[in-house]
Ligand binder design. Structure first.
Ligand code: OX2
Length: 843
């Protein structure tokens, strides 16, 4: 039946509520209107930043109309929804992406030009939203884009950090310096404060079991803080669907803590308001490391508690019994960071909804899904029991109860197997005892997945082996990661996108959402004219990068060289050190060449970018890793090599500071070859490998993570693989420990390179000794085992690049076969095989 219009005259409302007009003159009107009213400025004093703000506010109006309509449809149709809980969303810039997804970029460009601005300058004013460390956070951002583009009812939940990932500065000596990232300093047009959406979150206090025959307890006292919602609009590509990313900000419950204020304790009152605000003040720069820091645990609980309260309130509006919760709600845990959601939902169901334990556990284990992103032991979260007991006493009780019942059921299946009970317990014995979050996430979830085939196999056979044996293999799956082709092709490489649309004779609106259509490019690899266009675009992207480096760093780059790129967080397992030692090897080789030999050498420019863990941070580790020395070595090798007249035309090296999503958008389309050279079995997936290949860059890598699946798609002849395979790694490490062979014997080429560094060829000899010694002794990441095959692979890359026709063919074939790696495919796998949700179209 027809619903009754809620208030006033329907006609008047409806006429005013039309979608916004999007012809160029309406766009300039809206832009100028924001200049005059929202910004209160004049054409006389409007700079690029003001123009960016006006354009953003105007685009945001369009997003809000769609966002509202989408929310209304979700409320009306009450479909099952999925929620993506991630402590990190590495969004980057929004304006360009929003314009492209709305299909309005050309019109806005036209409009702002008429008003005397250039679109490029305007886009360049935006600061990155850098609320993440690396791959895990960027994956979350790609999944939001794909969810909206595939019209799936998916919301993200995260934290609104006042400061994102630190800004990286490099001192003249090559030291990394860190500065705060005040990204919210100039108003953020992409968020909508929802001061009316707020929840109280409790910490500390005491939990008393009722012992009335129910499992209930009362948790009281302690500190209460307020979680306030900020909503970020997530537009789908060529669809009205505009989803929501809800970020929580912490606030004191009252402006002051009145108790202490009344007692005359002014300082204490201010202190407690500070501590509430501190919860969401800064993103932890952890990438693959965990620390038992109270503030981090507070962040995790604050965020999961607020998100669950919000999800439950929305569910209750549907009016269904709580036992039907999993029919309407799926919650994806992005790594173990939100695992406290499991005991928190138990607490709500038992203490507040008065459900029996078994019913509550049934609801919980049908609601959550857990994605593991690493098997590195140092990255697996564990929280000290005393800290949990202090901060979250009720949750600690619940975790003990879950553990007891769980171990009883393990004992029933494997009677008398005490070792197994010890291995599988949620509580690791020791001083202090610790809660193993990956185990809690696994047993509390409906399904568990890894992020690439190899990684998912490793999860099943190593860290969660006992759980597979106990719960059955069908609970454990794989969803290979993906990337959004909107940002990582259409937006960052507009010329290539246009060439693809022309060649496929189909609008990008189609192929960007059906990326396997790129396969139709395959025959064009044989077309010389097409190859010429393809190569010319790569060349212009290299010039665009060179221009960027010229403008930002004042350095001149040889764009006739091969561009060789490694950009990612600095980490021992990612082996940036292998790369720089390879560069030194190349340098030493060039130095020994005759002029005639040099003539045959292809010039190469090597780029590095990436952040290392901050100094104060790694100082707390038992054995600090050497990322920072690696940066220092790269910078100092660059200083020597780039100034050496014997070699500088053939080899140069750059460390680009402050790696970010925006910098990646310039670097990736410019790369001829990129390096993904982790020790086999350590990089769960990698996602930048997919971005480079989608943009026609070739891959030099180990047989690891998603590299393997990329090679399966594009063909092994189009990638450069080297190094030992995963099954060999364990044996090799055993050899290193129990039968060490001196590096001079084992790998003379590497020994020579190390000795040159030790001898001071790049200055500061003693600074690098600890770094070099990790390779000479122990060599946990197997540089000495892989160095020779790495050098051989680099030579094969050189060789292949000499035949430019064949190289361009490889490049085209690579792009053509990357369809699988669209995050649309990945998100549909989650939707269908995990969450059981369906697209809902908003018209
Ligand atoms: C990263 C993994 O290291 C990387 O291989 C993967 O592609 C990415 O997550 C997205 O799945 N923190 N970051 C990661 O794992 C952890 C833990």
């Amino acid at each position: 039946g027809k619903e009754k219009w809620p208030r006033g005259e329907e006609k008047v409302w409806k006429e005013a509520m039309r979608d916004l007009d999007t012809d160029v003159s309406s766009i300039t009107k809206s832009f100028v209107n924001h200049v005059q009213t929202s910004l209160a400025r004049q054409p006389y004093n409007l700079d690029n930043l003001g123009a960016y703000q006006a354009a953003a506010l105007s685009v945001r109006d369009n997003l809000l109309v769609n966002w509202n309509e989408t929310s209304l449809q979700y409320t009306r149709k009450a479909p099952k929804r999925a929620y993506y809980l991630s402590l990190e969303f590495l969004m980057g810039r929004t304006l360009d992406n929003a314009l492209l997804n709305l299909g309005l970029k050309d019109k806005y460009a036209d409009g702002v030009e008429q008003l005397g601005f250039s679109m490029e300058d305007i886009l360049d004013q935006e600061r990155d939203a850098a609320l993440g460390n690396g791959g895990l956070g960027r994956l979350a951002a790609c999944y939001l884009d794909s969810s909206a583009s595939q019209e799936l009812p998916v919301w993200g939940y995260g934290l609104r950090y006042k400061y994102g990932i630190f800004q990286q500065l490099i001192s003249p000596e090559g030291n990394q310096l860190e500065a705060p990232d005040p990204w919210l300093d100039n108003q953020n047009p992409w968020e909508l404060p929802r001061l009316d959406v707020a929840y109280q979150v409790r910490f500390y206090g005491h939990a008393d079991r009722l012992n009335d025959g129910t499992p209930r307890a009362v948790w009281a006292g302690g500190q209460e803080v307020l979680a306030v919602a900020y909503d970020v609009m997530i537009p789908g590509c060529y669809t009205k669907t505009t989803n929501n990313l809800r970020l929580w900000e912490s606030k004191p419950k009252r402006g002051f803590d009145l108790n202490s204020f009344n007692a005359g304790n002014y300082e204490g009152a201010v202190e407690s308001s500070n501590s509430a605000a501190a919860i969401t003040s800064v993103l932890y720069p952890n990438d693959h490391t965990t620390f038992g820091k109270e503030l981090r645990l507070k962040q995790q609980y604050f965020w999961t508690a607020a998100s669950l309260a919000d999800i439950i309130r929305r569910f209750k509006n549907i009016g269904k019994p709580i036992t039907e919760f999993p029919d309407y709600v799926a919650i994806q845990l992005n790594d173990t960071h939100p695992t406290l959601a499991i005991p928190e939902l138990m607490r709500i169901l038992i203490d507040e909804e008065d459900q029996p334990w078994a019913t509550a556990w049934q609801i919980v284990t049908n609601t959550f899904f857990y994605t593991n992103h690493t098997v590195l032991p140092e990255a697996l979260e564990k929280w000290p029991v005393p800290l949990l007991e202090h901060l979250l006493p009720r949750h600690m009780q619940i975790i003990y109860d879950i553990n007891l019942l769980f171990l009883q059921s393990v004992e029933r299946k494997f009677p008398g197997d005490r070792d197994r009970l010890g291995r599988m317990s949620l509580i690791e014995e020791g001083f202090p005892k610790q809660v193993r979050m990956a185990f809690l996430a696994s047993i509390g979830s409906r399904k568990v997945n890894g992020v690439a085939e190899l990684h998912s196999d490793l999860v099943k056979t190593t860290i969660l082996k006992d759980f597979v044996e106990f719960e059955g293999i069908s609970k454990f799956g794989n969803v290979t990661n993906g990337i959004t082709p909107r940002r990582w092709l259409d937006q960052c490489n507009p010329e290539l996108s246009a060439l693809i649309s022309r060649t496929l004779k189909v609008d990008k609106a189609v192929w960007l959402k059906e990326l396997t259509r790129l396969e139709q490019l395959l025959p064009f690899a044989e077309d010389a004219a097409f190859r010429a266009e393809w190569a010319a675009i790569k060349q212009r992207n290299k010039e665009r990068l060179a221009h960027h480096v010229q403008v930002t760093l004042g350095l001149t780059i040889n764009t006739n060289a091969m561009f060789d790129v490694q950009i990612k967080r600095l980490h021992e397992y990612k082996r940036q050190t292998l790369n720089i030692l390879g560069v030194i090897h190349r340098y030493l080789t060039l130095k020994n060449m005759s002029a005639a030999e040099k003539k045959k050498v292809n010039p190469r420019v090597v780029f590095f970018a990436g952040k290392a863990a901050p100094a104060y941070y790694i100082a707390k580790l038992p054995s600090p890793p050497n990322h920072r020395q690696t940066i220092r070595l790269i910078v100092n090798v660059a200083r020597v090599i780039n100034a050496d007249p014997d070699t500088k035309d053939l080899l140069s090296l750059y460390f680009l500071p402050d790696y970010s999503v925006s910098l990646a958008e310039v670097l990736i389309p410019a790369s001829d070859i990129s390096q993904h050279i982790s020790t086999a079995g350590t990089e769960a997936s990698g996602t930048s490998n997919m971005k480079f290949c989608l943009n026609g860059g070739l891959l030099l890598g180990t047989v690891d993570g998603a590299n393997i699946e990329i090679a399966e798609e594009v063909g092994e002849s189009n990638v450069f693989f080297f190094g030992h395979l995963t099954p060999a790694v364990e044996d090799l490490r055993y050899q290193h420990t129990y039968h060490p062979v001196p590096i001079e014997e084992k790998c003379p080429a590497l020994a020579h390179v190390l000795n040159q560094v030790s001898a001071g060829l790049f200055g500061d000899a003693d600074v690098y000794e600890p770094l070099l010694n990790t390779i000479r002794q122990g060599d946990h990441y197997l540089l000495s085992d892989d160095f020779d095959s790495y050098i051989a692979a680099l030579a094969m890359v050189d060789e292949a690049y000499l035949d430019r026709t064949e190289w361009v063919k490889k490049s085209i074939r690579t792009t053509a076969k990357m369809g699988k790696f669209s995050s649309d495919r990945a998100i549909m796998e989650y939707a269908e095989s995990y969450w059981n949700i369906e697209p809902l179209s908003v018209v």
